[in-house]
Design a protein around this ligand. Structure first.
Ligand code: ZN
Length: 271
């Protein structure tokens, strides 16, 4: 798996009108939103950046790192707040997985726009570190930010729920024959806890036929996440993520919950 810079077609950069408008609003804060649809060649397992896109060299900086590329492979898309020398919100879309979102590209992109929008509003965010601490940092930040993103997408009339429900139903089906993950695989449990918090907070009262099957799947494959999720959900329901101070406090509280989940399973581990 490697990034090729020589190849690459010219980019089609079209955005839906709702995203075009949101992009302008975010950029009025002075930081540009740059987008790369990163192409994937499944045969050679190489990624390439389209030619002629703004900030191509910035995207290459990240996608040229093997660790970053390994994470990217697992995602539909990602937003990186690039700081020096000129700040930019870099949104990368993993076109290798485009078949999975099909007609819902707007939903995938809008989610990453949401992360850029929150950055532009200067909410506190956990500091990224390598390894498991980084996994904890990402999912901690996501729990607080996703509350605001869901609300804002609804306000803007951007449908993210249809694709989200499809993704969750697929996850349920895929996990049908899945064994419990290895005990040392801590990040997957943190990720699952984050997802279940999103579901409980974001789909409460929503008519969703797959809910029971999804919850049952999580209970079977990840029984240890339930107390963590229940604790985080109860706390989040009592606090307002739009309030900067409560948002900051959420990062501390959620991090502690997730850390206990990640490290609680091994008495030998000293943080
Ligand atoms: Zn997110």
């Amino acid at each position: 798996m490697v990034l090729l810079l020589l190849a690459g077609r010219l980019a089609g950069q079209a955005l839906t009108p709702a995203l075009e408008e949101w992009k302008k609003e975010i950029e009025s804060g002075g930081v540009p939103v740059l987008l790369a649809r990163v192409e994937h060649d499944a045969g050679a397992n190489t990624y390439s950046l389209p030619e002629g896109i703004e900030g191509r060299e910035l995207f290459a900086e990240y996608l040229g790192q093997p660790d970053f590329l390994k994470q990217f492979e697992q995602m539909y898309g990602v937003m990186v707040h690039h700081k020096n020398p000129r700040p930019a919100y870099l949104i990368m879309l993993n076109m290798g997985r485009a078949g999975e979102w099909g007609e819902y590209e707007e939903a995938v992109l809008a989610h990453e726009f949401g992360h850029a929008w929150i950055k532009s509003r200067k909410y506190a965010a956990p500091v990224y570190q390598a390894g498991l601490a980084g996994c904890l940092a990402i999912h901690t930040g996501d729990i607080a930010q996703h509350v605001l993103i869901r609300k804002e997408l609804e306000r803007r009339g951007i449908d993210q729920r249809t694709f989200w429900l499809e993704t969750l139903d697929k996850a349920t089906a895929k996990a049908g024959g899945m064994e419990r993950p290895a005990e040392q695989d801590r990040c997957i449990r943190v990720m699952q806890a984050r997802e279940l918090v999103d579901v409980r907070l974001g789909l409460e009262g929503v008519d969703w036929a797959g809910r029971e099957a999804y919850e049952a799947m999580v209970k079977r494959v990840f029984p240890e996440v339930e107390p963590t999720v229940a604790g985080i959900v109860a706390w989040m329901k009592r606090h307002d993520m739009e309030d900067a101070a409560q948002h900051r406090l959420a990062l501390r509280v959620v991090f502690e919950h997730l850390k206990a989940l990640a490290y609680g399973r091994s008495k030998g581990y000293i943080l």
